[in-house]
Design a protein around this ligand. Structure first.
Ligand code: LLP
Length: 420
């Protein structure tokens, strides 16, 4: 459930009319609901009640510092994959002890920064990374707390591009190899083994793949105990899906019950890294109709938001619902292709989508855009990054301003031979 609802035919974000925000900020813009973020965070917290846990919000899904601060205020940690995300998490006030540093490509410089920041856990994804981390930590006379991310060879049953737990995927270390890497790690002066991690993919809509992955982890924990390791933390990753357009994913409670049943009795702290399930339905992307046309009998509605602003439909064929900000009094929904202004055919949000009559200037909202929305935006077609707005009750604030053309051109540097 989210807090974007109609009141007398007008879409509201909590107690703020979305049209009022559009009038103040212009379009397009992302709009986040604090109450929805909090509700989703609390759903996970409730689901893990009864075991020691940390919810490490996946910053890659939404790195807006106001979003991170809202979650931090509830006790959230963070899962970060770059120095940039780590800096954002720290800027939001997230306790470094609750920060997990994930990712296959951490550089020595990033490791050094993370060590200096006292992050709670590095999730190591290769032997090569382990050796590098040991070296960086030893040079600082420090010890890096690590979990090794195992690759359980589980197909998450989701889109190929966001599946991460199959044997051939680039993520994690196969268990057979990981067991040896743990032995090496235990002997390193710069490393302290504290846990095990897994993450099999994103937008997972059934419990089966989680059950397989968690079961693999439980088996690995038993083997590690037999090998003499003191495993204190089990990081189950993220991945729980959301209902974008009719999907019916398991609830956080179902997910938490499964986790507790399989790994809750092993005497370890559980870490989870949800991103989408907290942020997706806490955000909408508001746009306005720019033009309408027909092509080969097709109704085409051109909006002012493009694939550079919101890449999910183009990248993953994702289906997001699109709703009017002011419901039409009359007129039936007719199929329309809702497309953006970017010069690519892939710049389209929905095809043959039932949409009521619209006019130039009418506002539409793309739903469930709070995760993997603004974070994936680019300046393609030299379009300005769109602002982010946060709502709380009857208040709203711009939490990242719209980029300006001055910002865009400030990045321009001519070489000396081309003059001023
Ligand atoms: N932990 C790790 C190590 C991850 O790689 C991810 C997501 C998460 C947690 C959070 O997963 P979530 O709970 O959000 O499913 N851009 C794509 C999604 C990429 C997900 C990458 N990893 C999309 O828009 O669908």
């Amino acid at each position: 459930m989210d807090h974007f609802e109609y009141r007398h035919g007008a879409l509201y974000a909590e107690d703020v009319a979305v049209a009022d925000i559009a009038a103040a900020v212009g379009t397009p813009f992302y709009c986040y609901s604090t109450a929805t973020l909090e509700r989703h965070y609390r759903a996970f917290a409730g689901a893990l009640d009864g075991v020691p846990y940390t919810i490490a919000f996946a910053v890659k899904s939404n790195s807006n510092v106001a979003v991170l601060r809202s979650l931090s205020d509830l006790g959230s940690g963070a899962d970060v994959v770059s120095e940039g995300e780590l800096r954002q998490a720290l800027a939001a006030g997230i306790d470094p002890a609750k920060i997990v540093f994930s990712g296959v490509g951490k550089t020595a410089a990033e490791m050094a920064f993370a060590l200096d920041s006292k992050v709670g856990q590095f999730n190591v994804e290769s032997r090569s990374e382990l050796l590098a981390l040991d070296k960086v930590a030893q040079a600082k006379d420090m010890r890096a707390s690590i979990a090794i991310r195992i690759n359980p060879d589980v197909d998450a049953g989701t889109h190929d591009k966001i599946s991460t737990g199959r044997a051939h995927d680039k993520f994690g270390i196969a268990w057979g190899e990981a067991r040896h890497v743990y032995r090496e790690a235990a002997a390193m002066d710069g490393i302290e083994v504290v846990g095990i991690a897994v993450h099999i993919g994103s937008q997972i809509t059934g419990l089966g793949p989680f059950e397989a992955a968690f079961t693999a982890v439980a088996g690995a924990v038993a083997d590690l105990a037999a090998d003499g390791h003191d495993i204190r933390r089990i990081d189950l990753g993220g991945g729980l899906g959301v209902p974008y357009s009719g999907e019916a994913p398991p609830s956080p409670d179902d997910y938490g019950d499964l986790a507790k049943r399989i790994v809750g009795g092993l005497g370890c702290e559980l870490v989870i890294e949800p991103g989408r399930a907290i942020a997706a339905n806490a955000g909408i992307l508001v746009t306005q109709v720019v033009h309408q046309k027909t092509a080969d009998g097709h109704r085409i509605v051109v909006v002012d938001v493009g694939m550079n602003d919101f890449a999910r439909p183009a990248m993953y064929d994702a289906l997001h619902d699109i709703v009017p900000v002011i419901e039409a009094d009359d007129g039936t929904a007719e199929p329309a292709d809702v497309v953006g202004p970017v010069c690519e055919t892939s710049d389209r949000f929905r095809l043959d989508y039932p949409l009521g009559p619209v006019n130039t200037g009418d506002l539409l909202a793309i739903r469930s855009a709070g995760a993997y929305g603004s974070v994936m935006a680019s300046n393609y077609n030299s379009r300005l990054l769109v602002p982010e707005v946060m709502v709380k009750g009857d208040a709203f604030a711009v939490v990242r301003p719209r980029q300006t053309y001055d910002d865009l051109l400030a990045q321009t540097v001519l070489p000396p031979w081309l003059g001023d």
